[in-house]
Design a binder for this molecule. Sequence first.
Ligand code: ADE
Length: 249
Amino acid sequence: MDFDVITIFPDFFAGPFAHGIVSQAQKRGLINVRIHDLREFTTDRHKTVDDRPFGGGAGMVLKPEPLFRAIRAIQGRNEKSSRKVILFTPQGRRFDQSMAFEFSKLEQAILICGRYEGVDERVTEHLVDAELSIGDYVLSGGELPACVFIDAVTRLLPGVLNNSSSTVNESFSRLETSQMPDANYVLDCPHYTRPESFEGMRVPEVLLCGDHGRVERWRRKKALEKTLKNRPDLLEYAALSDEDKQLLE
Ligand code: ADE
């Protein structure tokens, strides 16, 4: 999958993509991440990318011309049958795991990092396929959201994670309806590793007993417990068995 990121801070991305799964996926040719400096698509001496809002008010707005030029140039470089232009903004739809899964089917995602007060609405209306927010808080720009998006989508691409089952069980994970195990709208259960005892804190006995059925029941109970404590809103959508409901009560 190709990710084309349009930003006024191209250096921002040197760190996040140099590590871990995204870096590995690039080295293995499973993804291409290309960073485009919006200023390169300006035509004036000062490389102006923003201007004051019509109608007055605080802040600056990203101008339409450099963004139109950048997106058209990127789209003109190749013929991708499935691609989308995505704008990161606090006004967008909230990005979640099922959206990450849908976007992971694309061949190309062109990501616009918003800045300042916003982006000229003509860009949103005529070029943008999806406006995304990564949460109900305001960041100073779309660069961090773009990193979040690329990470979340990359790890869902075939061949990126060696152990494909590790994306199935984790919190929020949801496969396509046909492959989707029900009851997966709950958070992941707690995990433990060696040592068995650390400063008097012991790993729960059940995890050492070797009885797979008991371990699975315990994990389900703890997952429900954590969901009830931290994200009770998710339980509304969870497919819960009678046993789950009893456990919750
Ligand atoms: N830009 C500023 N805040 C944002 C957010 N929460 N999500 C996406 N883009 C943003």
